[in-house]
Design a protein around this ligand. Structure first.
Ligand code: SF4
Length: 261
């Protein structure tokens, strides 16, 4: 489905902004780290009366039928017809690399879908980067798959970024969201292309200090890494706005020259 998540938008050279999409291979997950504390996806599923969060031994996952899986084929056709690529965030309601038996066939479908949608940039964001290389089928990483991991604190950056930089993707990105403390990203930034930063939103949003965002921005600047400031956060996603030091920061990672359309 179309999304308002700003970091899925694409800015083409003539200034046009192309909205992005979210696509879920499933719904459901199990919390693995501090960033998951107020998982918005779990809240959405609960509002639909679905209990999908918990260990594989006790909790199922929601999967989808053929109509759902055909949607990206339509987006791909539209993108090709218009001559503008689209970005797809996968998955906002699950983690593609979760070890859950229900996800195994869904991942296989995803790899086939990615092969059939060369006009889509697939943004796979995970909190389980230790599984990426063993779960993907590719001997050569596809140029239209960007790979990202979350690091809201130093502990998770130390664990996950060394794994992320092993992945031979053209675009590697870090989601510093929700940012939970100041983080030193410098040891890995030379091998990272993009960093997204943001404070938490929701009724139980945890505190966010703009100095953490400034620190991340300055690290990115020093390492020539693109920096995207998503939000200050607060009670609602737009409570604090999107300004950092009086302006927005909407940098996007460099794409292959043939993809800049
Ligand atoms: S990994 Fe993502 S979807 Fe899973 S519990 Fe954590 S925040 Fe929620």
């Amino acid at each position: 489905m179309k999304t308002t998540i700003e970091w899925t938008h694409r800015h083409v050279p003539d200034g046009t902004i192309i909205p992005g999409y979210t696509f879920n291979i499933a719904w459901g997950c199990v919390k693995v780290s501090e960033e998951c504390g107020n998982c918005y996806a779990e809240g959405i599923a609960s509002r639909y009366g679905m209990k999908l969060w918990g260990p594989a031994s006790t909790t199922t996952r929601r999967t989808f039928g053929i109509k759902h899986w055909q949607e990206p084929l339509t987006w791909n056709r539209e993108a090709e017809l218009q001559g503008h690529r689209r970005s797809v965030f996968c998955s906002s309601m699950a983690d593609v690399f979760e070890e859950h038996p229900t996800l195994e066939p869904e991942r296989e479908k995803l790899w086939r879908l990615i092969a059939r949608t060369p006009w889509l940039n697939w943004l796979l964001l995970t909190k389980r980067p230790e599984h990426i290389l063993s779960m993907v089928p590719w001997t050569q990483w596809p140029d239209n798959v960007w790979i990202g991991t979350s690091a809201g604190n130093q502990r998770r950056a130390n664990e996950r970024l060394p794994l992320l930089i092993q992945v031979p993707a053209f675009v590697r990105f870090v989601s510093y969201e929700p940012a939970l403390e100041r983080v030193d990203f410098m040891p890995w930034l030379q091998q990272i292309d993009w960093l997204i930063c943001g404070g938490e939103s929701g009724a139980r949003a945890r505190p966010f200090d703009l100095d953490w965002a400034r620190s991340a921005r300055e690290q990115c600047r020093a390492a020539r890494v693109k920096f995207f400031f998503k939000q200050v956060g607060g009670r609602y996603h737009n409570s604090g706005g999107r300004l950092l030091d009086g302006r927005t920061w909407d940098e996007l990672p460099p794409e292959k020259p043939e993809y800049v359309i």
